[in-house]
Design a protein around this ligand. Sequence first.
Ligand code: 4GM
Length: 224
Amino acid sequence: MKITVLTLFPEMFTPLFESVIGRAVNAGKLQIEVVNIRDYADNKHNKCDDYPFGGGAGMVMMPQPIGTAIKAVDPEHKAHRIYTSPKGKTFRQEKAFELLNYEHLIILCGHYEGVDQRAIDLYVDEEISIGDYVLTGGELPAMVICDCIARYVDGVVSDGSLAEETFGENGLEYPQYTRPAVYEGVAVPEVLLSGNHALIDKWRREQSAKLTAERRPDLKGESK
Ligand code: 4GM
């Protein structure tokens, strides 16, 4: 799978090339291409934003550099094109699964007060928000989407981890403990040291149901 990110701030994407996702990129399991929209501006100073028609605060990203950049990275419009904005539909785990089916994704990152509506109407298939808050740009949302999808690319994260985690069928995940068995006077729940896997499973399912009912009754978890 390939993800192309279109941004005015390509340096912001260096964290994606670290850790688990970085290893997946280096192993060739996932291709992440970061493209500077400014390189596609056809005016003398590579200007990419201008004042809003009709007045108002802030600047708006011009359609030309975006249109030219999108056509350059995907000339035959084979990719699925996403725009990250607070007005989009809220991103959820199911959406990550759905996006995994595309061979090529393009994520357009807005800045300033957003992007000229014509660029969105002409070149964007889907507008996505990562939550109900406003950020200085769409770069962090694009990274969140990339990271979440990358975890499901074959071989990036172990199948076991993906099966047991929060937001699968099981609601919120049960608490985890590691060594030492007693830390600052606080002991690990005894059942986890019992070696009785049936009891451990039962305890984990109960913990998970309790947490989900308390914190996220809106999720399907086993408590419902
Ligand atoms: C306004 C319009 C996405 C601001 C378009 C982008 C939050 C999200 C921006 C824009 C953003 C989000 C840039 N802030 N909730 N800021 O996903 O692209």
